[in-house]
Design a protein around this ligand. Sequence first.
Ligand code: IMP
Length: 437
Amino acid sequence: MKGSGEATVIVGAQWGDEGKGKIIDALVPKFDLVVRYQGGNNAGHTVVVGTEKFKMHLLPSGVVRKKRNLIGAGVVVDPRVLKQEIDSLAQKGVRIDEKILGIDFRAHVIFPWHNALDAARDAKKGIGTTGRGIGPAYEDRAARSGTRFEEFVDAKVLEKRVKEGWEAKAKAVKMLEGPAIPAAEETIKEYAALSHFLAPFACDASLEINNALEKGRRVLFEGAQGTFLDNDFGTYPYVTSSHPIAGGACTGAGVGPKSITSVEGVAKAYTTRVGSGPFPTELSDGIGSAIREKGAEYGTTTGRPRRVGWLDIPMLRYADYLNGFTGIHLTKLDVLGGLDVLKICTQYEINGKRTNYFPVKADEITGAKPVYVQLQGFPGLPPVEWRKIAKEGEKKGFAALPNEAKVYVEKVGQLVGVPILSVSVGPERSEIIWAKK
Ligand code: IMP
């Protein structure tokens, strides 16, 4: 199926939490359809509804902007969380009906035993998962024993699936000394009510996206997590269980690679990571904690403090060739204000040898010593000054930035070899400076 539509994928270029939500929110007005293609409620972003802030984990970002939103086949859906999000938005006056939201029949469903297994396994493995049952739900999908949304919305099939699966899951949880799960009857009752509530949203999202593209519509694919949490290409095993990279939009939403017209990466001006795993440029000193506090680097989903480090170019180059970026949005630049010196990692030293590449082998990533270039810092400014700079940026582009900040942005673009599309200098949607065309 071919068409003249536009399809843009927004991808996290690091370990998630790059500020994708804000960029997506700013871009949404230009699109007709917003599609989540992977992950589940392990993600988290804040959307502003009028004067109220709303934290969403599963709903695509376009729901508050009255766009058509789709949850693709590659997403794992926790119906309890989805209903809560829909209800909370309704309380704030945003009604989500089946015109606004569609959920692919093929998406897989998260049950209470997935949460219990996630907690039990993580207690032993120490990946530092979000505990939302994401990994175990994808495991069931790969093992061909999961429950698809099409089955979930048919009350009889749902009951059968729970009855069939419950005993083995309860045994597995007990063996791993995980938290007790509700009885099968209880889950059947709870999920039957959720099934009734969510059934009107079930659709063939893949067909709808392809039809939209054929008609020349614009589709935004909203990535969750980030490149380095990709199940194949991230820092395995400290990764998520889905495919956040751009190719994941094809497999997770059901569109062919030729339909994708642009891929925009989102990278923070420094690096953060939640959960365990290697992190070559991690700062365990006062600079790291100062950036964490100033940047409010605490997880949206779990509230955990994020680990903080300097910007890592070998990571971004790797992210570029995995995703094929047409450009990068650089976020939270203002947070770096007030530091005397800014460091950017340009290479690693591994076993005494320098390399430009992000290594594949786990022990090499752990042993990689960053090689830095140093740049002069720029002043720490109060939010009101950054807002003024952003306003000036409407005319001047990046030339509105303090000179050292502009040099930093240019250096990043040069080192990664990808155009910088925008720079964020504050949390508000208006605090984005777009590159001059
Ligand atoms: P899971 O996705 O809950 O299985 O967690 C696996 C790893 O991915 C853990 O290190 C989590 O902290 C991390 N992770 C999952 N979702 C996000 C996210 O949205 N932002 C940042 N890290 C995430």
